[in-house]
Design a protein around this ligand. Structure first.
Ligand SMILES: [Zn+2]
Length: 106
């Protein structure tokens, strides 16, 4: 048995339950926890994420039977900005505008 913790996201847990069931696995979602009679779920979950276009989600192995499925924390979530040309991270709009000038664009 493997437990996939969807980090409080009941909706993705239900979708994952149905996805696993359709593949023939015995899956059960309880709130945001999905229990499934399968080991090595990583590849399957990655396929699920791909097919449902959830590219911002990542599956992490907590131990041999526990996985955590959650959104990656992005720079935007931390209230930081990044330059779209080089990826340099800045803390506010003004710094970003000044930084952009280094690239020779206005
Ligand atoms: Zn830059």
């Amino acid at each position: 048995m493997t437990v996939i913790d969807c980090a409080g996201d009941n909706e993705i847990a239900l979708e994952l339950e149905n996805y696993l069931k359709n593949l023939g696995f015995d899956a059960k979602a309880e709130e945001s926890l999905v229990t499934v009679d399968k080991t090595n779920v990583e590849n399957t979950v990655n396929l699920f994420l791909k097919e449902t276009v959830r590219t911002e989600y990542k599956i992490r192995n907590l131990d041999s039977t526990h996985f955590l499925l959650s959104k990656e924390v992005t720079i935007e979530d931390l209230d930081l900005l990044s330059c779209e040309m080089c990826g340099y991270v800045l803390s506010n709009e003004i710094e970003l505008m000044n930084h952009r000038r280094l690239h020779g664009s206005v």
